[in-house]
Design a binder for this molecule. Structure first.
Ligand SMILES: [Zn+2]
Length: 429
C-alpha cells in the first residue's frame, strides 16, 4: 500500500501513476483528548468499526502508553485479526521517544502501526521544552524512537512534526530526512494551531513531497476556520509533488480547541468541488453512504449536537424554505443542491420512541434486557447466555453513562469475549 519514491508528470499526463489520497481518522486520539469530551472504550470501538465501513485507511485508535487504554487497544487488535476490523489499520499515537516505544510494546504487545510525535518549532522548543532539548536532541530522540520501533517489528511508522507550520523550513526538512533515513514510512505535517492557509500549505505539501520523497500526512486544525480547505490544499500539493497524501480527519470535526478537519466535509470536497475529483483520487473506495450513521453515532457518543449547517449531515443541508429556492429544488434538486441526501445515507425514516421506552442501564435487569434485545430480534440460547451479555451491558453502561444504542448492544451480544476485554479497567495494579 505504501509507495516509496517520487513520480514525475505534467498536467494530467500519467494520471494513473499520480499519488493517491488516503484518510487517517484521528477521532479516537485528537477527538478524545479534547477538553470536556471523551468516549467510552466501547464507543471508541464502534468508531473504529464505522470508520472501517466508510473506507478510512487508518484509525489513530488510541494511546498505547496509557494504561487504561491497553485492554481496549488489544481487544481491537484482536478484532483486526478476526477480520472484523479489516482492512483498516489501527495505529497508536505516542511521543517520539524510545521509552514510549518500549512502554507501548510492554502494554500493547500486538500493536503493528505507530505514529511518533515530537514538537519541532522554535516556539515549542524554547517555550515548551525551555532549554531542556536542543534541535539536535529532537533529531536524536526521533531517530532512537524509530530505531526502537523497527526493532519491535512495527509495520508502519509515521513521524509527526508537531507545530510543523511554525517550524523553520530548513530544520523541518532535516527532521523529515532523519525520519526517512531511519525508515519512517510517512511524515506528518501538523498545522497544530491552524496557522496555515490553503496557499501556504499547498506549497509546503508540494515541497515536502519533492524534497523528502516519502508519503506525507497533513494534520490540520480549524482555529481560523480553514481545517478542511487546508487539508485538501495540502493533499493537492503533496500529490503534485509526486507522493501519496494522507489526510487526518475527525468525525464531525471534533478535536482540540476549534477542532480538526471534518471527515465528511473532506470527502465531499474531494468528490464534489470544482474539478478536483478528476485529478485527485482516493486510493481506496470511500463509502460516503455511511456518513449519516457514523456522524449521528459520534454526536451521540460525544454528547455534541451536529450543527444544523454542517456539510452533508446538518439538519439544514437539504432543507429549503424561501420561495425561489423551494420552487427551484422542487423542479430539479440540482438547482440548489450540490449533492443528493441519499449519497450521505440520509432519507431513511428513523424510529423515535415517543411513548414508553425501556433503556439499557448499569442497573438493568433480565426482563427489560430481553425486551430490548427482542426488539432487535436477538434471542439467547439459554438464560445463562442472556445473563452474561446483560452483565457486560451493565458494565458498558457504567462507562458510557447513557443508554447503549442498538449497534453497541448487538456488538456485545455478538462478541461477548471481546466486549469483556475492552471493558476491563484495572487501576493501580
Ligand atoms: Zn491535532
Amino acid at each position: 500500500m505504501l509507495k516509496q519514491g517520487g513520480y514525475t508528470y505534467s498536467n494530467f499526463e500519467g494520471l494513473e501513476k499520480m499519488g493517491k489520497i488516503y484518510l487517517i481518522d484521528v477521532t479516537n486520539r485528537d477527538g478524545v483528548q479534547t477538553a470536556r469530551l471523551g468516549l467510552s472504550k466501547l464507543a471508541k470501538t464502534m468508531i473504529n468499526i464505522y470508520l472501517n465501513e466508510m473506507g478510512v485507511y487508518q484509525s489513530e485508535f488510541g494511546f498505547p502508553t496509557t494504561r487504561h487504554e491497553s485492554h481496549y487497544l488489544q481487544a481491537n487488535l484482536k478484532l483486526a485479526e478476526m477480520g472484523i476490523l479489516q482492512p483498516i489499520r489501527l495505529e497508536g499515537w505516542i511521543r517520539a521517544t524510545a521509552e514510549d516505544v518500549e512502554r507501548a510494546y510492554s502494554l500493547v504487545p500486538s500493536i503493528k502501526d505507530l505514529n511518533l510525535s515530537i514538537s519541532t518549532s522554535h516556539q515549542m522548543i524554547t517555550g515548551k521544552f525551555r532549554g531542556s532539548r536542543s534541535e539536535q536532541d529532537i533529531l536524536t530522540m526521533t531517530a532512537e524512537a524509530i530505531d526502537a520501533a523497527k526493532s519491535h517489528g512495527t509495520e508502519t511508522i509515521g513521524v509527526n512534526a508537531e507545530d510543523a507550520s511554525r517550524t523553520d523550513t530548513d530544520f523541518l526538512l532535516r527532521f523529515a530526512s532523519v525520519a526517512k533515513e531511519h525508515g519512517a514510512d510517512r511524515f506528518r505535517y501538523c498545522d497544530t494551531l491552524g496557522y496555515d492557509n490553503p496557499f501556504t500549505i499547498y506549497e509546503m505539501g508540494k515541497m515536502l513531497a519533492k524534497e523528502v520523497g516519502i508519503p506525507i500526512e497533513v494534520h490540520c486544525h480549524g482555529d481560523l476556520g480553514m481545517a478542511v480547505a487546508n487539508s485538501v490544499a495540502g493533499a493537492m500539493g503533496i500529490i503534485d509533488g509526486g507522493q501519496d497524501a494522507y489526510i487526518n480527519t475527525t468525525i464531525n470535526g471534533i478535536g482540540e480547541r476549534a477542532g480538526n478537519a471534518d471527515l465528511v466535509a473532506v470527502v465531499l470536497t474531494l468528490k464534489k468541488s470544482k474539478g478536483l475529483a478528476e485529478k485527485y483520487k482516493f486510493g481506496m473506495p470511500i463509502r460516503l453512504s455511511k456518513s449519516w450513521k457514523t456522524c449521528k453515532y459520534a454526536s451521540y457518543a460525544f454528547n455534541v449536537p451536529i450543527p444544523i449547517n454542517q456539510p452533508g449531515v446538518g439538519a439544514n443541508v437539504f432543507a429549503h424554505a424561501s420561495g425561489i429556492h423551494a420552487d427551484g429544488v422542487l423542479k430539479d434538486p440540482q438547482n440548489y443542491e450540490l449533492y443528493d441526501f441519499k449519497e450521505l445515507g440520509r432519507g431513511e425514516p428513523e424510529m423515535v420512541e415517543t411513548g414508553r421506552e425501556i433503556c439499557s442501564g448499569e442497573y438493568s435487569g433480565i426482563s427489560g434486557f430481553r425486551h430490548i434485545m427482542g426488539k432487535m430480534e436477538i434471542s439467547f440460547e439459554s438464560r445463562d447466555d442472556a445473563e452474561r451479555v446483560l452483565e457486560l451491558v451493565r458494565y458498558a453502561n457504567v462507562l458510557a453513562q447513557k443508554p447503549l444504542v442498538a449497534d453497541e448492544l448487538q456488538f456485545i451480544a455478538k462478541y461477548p469475549d471481546i466486549a469483556k476485554e475492552l471493558l476491563a479497567i484495572t487501576p493501580l495494579t
